[in-house]
Design a protein around this ligand. Structure first.
Ligand code: GCO
Length: 255
């Protein structure tokens, strides 16, 4: 029997960047809790494959391919949801890229691309979702931050600034939208086993540093974000707002 506090049946979740990686893992976790998933990514083929695989697993999934950095594409996507009678009850702002380079060598265009993808998109999509959630009197927004929402690491400045911004955007969303029945919160993943981190995973020195610096002495698995994602998407978190839950093996808890 499903605990109604964690039951997402009848709810629709838009998970940006959910054709692979952390987004895909969270999308499948939300689907297993009963949600219908709008699978997003910039590559329609990859999105269609993810939808097919999720349906084969017995989940409810629809394709929602659009570029999260293109404001007109976001507007068209939400107009399409409206026209199809699809209410986005849960928004997971997960889409993100990484770009590692020392700041003195970093082109402004590369800085801007990371900020646009990892931070501004969460504002633009959050605004479109919130307009509709306010009208309905309820909604859940889960922004995906990072350890770098709290601490900086050299050579990933734009990512760090964007993820620090995600933490404060989450608090700003809570400030303006909590009274409308919207709970806006964030998840801060630790060092996770993802394609984005493959170069770090394969680097023996970095791998040793992560395992030494993390109290759990290991990298995290994408599926280990599902618990926090379902909690923040479900009725169980109806009085939680503006918070960030770090799923990091304890890294931020210790020196
Ligand atoms: C890096 C990594 C990190 C992790 C994650 C940590 O280069 O340091 O990509 O940014 O991906 O965000 O929380």
């Amino acid at each position: 029997m499903t605990n109604p506090l964690f039951d997402l049946s009848g709810r629709t979740a838009l998970v940006t960047g959910s054709s692979r990686g952390l987004g895909r893992a969270m999308a499948e976790g939300l689907a297993a809790a009963g949600a219908r998933i709008l699978v997003n990514g910039t590559d329609p083929g990859r999105v269609d494959t993810a939808v097919k695989e999720m349906r084969q697993a017995g989940y409810e999934a629809e394709a929602a391919p659009f570029d999260v950095t293109a404001e007109d594409a976001v507007a068209r996507a939400f107009a399409g949801f409206d026209a199809a009678g699809i209410a986005v009850d849960i928004l997971v702002n997960n889409a993100g890229i990484q770009f590692r380079k020392p700041m003195v060598e970093l082109a402004t265009a590369d800085w801007q691309r990371v900020i646009d993808t990892n931070l501004t998109s969460a504002f633009v999509i959050g605004r479109e979702a919130a307009k509709r959630m306010i009208a309905r009197g309820h909604g859940k927004i889960v922004n995906i931050g990072s350890l770098t929402s709290a601490l900086a690491r050299a050579t990933v400045a734009p990512y760090t600034v964007a993820k620090g911004g995600i933490k404060m955007l989450t608090q700003a969303m809570a400030a303006e939208w909590a009274e409308h029945g919207i709970q806006a919160n964030a998840i801060g993943p630790g060092y996770m086993l993802t394609d984005m981190n493959q170069a770090l995973i394969e680097n023996p020195a970095f791998d040793a540093w992560v395992k030494g610096r993390t109290p759990a002495k290991r990298w995290g698995k994408p599926q280990e974000l599902i618990g926090a994602a379902v909690f923040l998407a479900a009725p169980a978190s109806d009085y939680v707002n503006g918070q960030i839950i770090y799923v990091d093996g304890g890294m931020l808890a210790v020196l």
